[in-house]
Ligand binder design. Structure first.
Ligand code: AMP
Ligand code: MG
Length: 423
């Protein structure tokens, strides 16, 4: 009788490593990059702040008008009826009014213009009537209305951004508003990656009809894409044949020049044996069987000083394992603060029935959309095979279903991780 071995097809298998535990182990394993460099502001986009930034100035730097209108003394606001003032000049953004505003006087003022001395209130132009140099106002404006005070957004000396901030467009704008033209960021990570497999046909030489049993190497392209989006330095080591000597050499070369080494393929049962032999000889690498689908096998550990990830070969499993484990690891190594290192999750209703086995986390491909009632909901992309890269292309999110849950009925809530956000 054939003795049944554990496999990805099993529903419940004891001893599988939960996804959350794997992630904790990865966080404990990876070092934080200490080296930092100063770069011009624009080059800091997508990088990680290496030191707190304190403001050298007040923002706004001077008290100014929040609206177009007339700068006046609040003492002139009539308790009832109207008051008549004399317009004595104008103040534009970048062209201040140099005189004093006394009682009974008003200065035409534009948004952003310096508040003239003596004035403390701006009456918006819609609430007054000008006729030549005469201005009529009523009492409907509150004293001190429509004025932005010096330092009300940022105080000189205040810490504005903290080390560990992943710099987005808003941060560039914020830093520019403080006059910061150079930013100290952590050094870029170097990540070497390769595909393993005798069946793989590299694209490097252009198109050729695959021979029987050959497939194009796609993982090196999706991995390249995911790495590039993270802003790391990529080192593409190509396709490596399933030969212990070649794989050993490639791992050695990769570990010598990179902070992180990523391979795909060769970690499933059958192939894992010789890859694991090599890795055990070269470093301290664990072969995990994860309670997840897709992406059950994952190798993780150290090759010399480099962090190593042996991803599964199946194209969807590669991407899921990358997003769930490698991306948080790379972000953490770059110094990104914890709350920004893992992808956000949201709860939405699924409009599809989802087949799911208990005992493992499933990462299914989904399409978020808005239904007729205006609610954001998710549906399945359909068949969920780990080799169907087309399901990743038609998806706009990953549906994450916890180990404790079984099949999901239409209408039940699930968690999703959207692919796109505001970047
Ligand atoms: P393995 O983990 O090496 O057994 O690979 C599992 C599956 O993924 C097999 O069907 C492989 O042909 C496929 N695969 C492995 N590497 C790649 C790659 N670089 N591009 C596309 N498919 C791959
Ligand atoms: Mg293989």
């Amino acid at each position: 009788m054939i003795e049944k071995q554990p496999s990805c097809a099993d529903d419940k298998e004891p001893g599988l490593l939960p996804v959350s535990e794997a992630l904790q182990r990865i966080y404990r394993l990876v070092p934080r990059i200490q080296e930092a460099e100063s770069v011009p502001l624009r080059e800091a986009l997508g990088r990680v702040l290496a030191a707190d930034v304190a403001s050298r100035i007040d923002v706004p730097g001077y008290t100014n008008s929040a609206m177009d209108g007339y700068a006046i003394c609040s003492a002139d606001l009539p308790a009832e009826g109207e008051a008549s003032l004399t317009i004595t000049g104008s103040a534009f953004a970048g062209r201040p009014f140099d005189g004093q505003v006394g009682q009974g006087e008003a200065v035409r003022i534009m948004t952003g213009a310096v508040m003239p001395d003596g004035a403390d209130t701006v009456v918006i132009q819609e609430r007054c009537e000008a006729d030549g140099d005469m201005l009529r106002i009523d009492g409907s404006t509150a004293p001190a209305a429509n004025v932005r005070y010096a330092g009300e957004d940022v105080r000189k000396g205040e810490t504005i951004l903290e080390a560990g901030e992943l710099l987005m467009p808003a941060h560039l704008g914020m830093l520019a508003s403080l006059g910061v033209s150079e930013v100290k960021v952590t050094r870029r990570l170097k990540v070497a990656f390769m595909s393993t497999g005798d069946e793989l046909l590299p694209l490097d030489g252009g198109f050729r009809e695959p021979a029987r049993g050959e497939i194009f190497d796609s993982n090196r392209y999706s991995i390249y894409g995911m790495l590039s989006r993270l802003g790391v330095e990529v080192i593409d080591l190509g396709v490596v044949r399933d030969e212990p000597g070649l794989i050993g050499d490639a791992f050695q070369r990769a570990a010598a020049q990179a902070d992180v080494v990523i391979s795909s393929g060769g970690v499933s049962v059958g192939e894992a044996d010789f890859v694991s032999d090599i890795l055990h000889r070269m470093g301290d690498v664990a072969f995990w069987k994860l309670a997840m689908r897709p992406g059950r096998p994952l190798a993780c550990g150290k090759l010399g000083d480099a962090v190593f990830f042996g991803l599964p070969g199946n194209p969807v499993a590669v991407m899921v394992a990358f997003y769930e484990f490698v991306q948080p690891a790379l972000r953490t190594m770059s110094g990104v603060r914890h709350s920004q290192s893992t992808p956000p999750r949201f709860r939405v209703r699924s409009t599809s029935e989802l087949r799911k086995s208990e005992g493992r986390t499933e990462f299914q491909r989904g399409i978020l959309y808005t239904d007729e009632s205006g609610e954001t909901v998710v549906r399945s992309t359909g068949k969920q095979g780990a080799g169907r890269l087309s399901s990743m292309c038609s998806a706009n999110c990953i549906i994450v279903i916890d180990p404790g849950r079984g099949n999901i009925q239409a209408g039940e809530y699930v968690e999703v991780q959207p692919f796109h956000g505001l970047v």
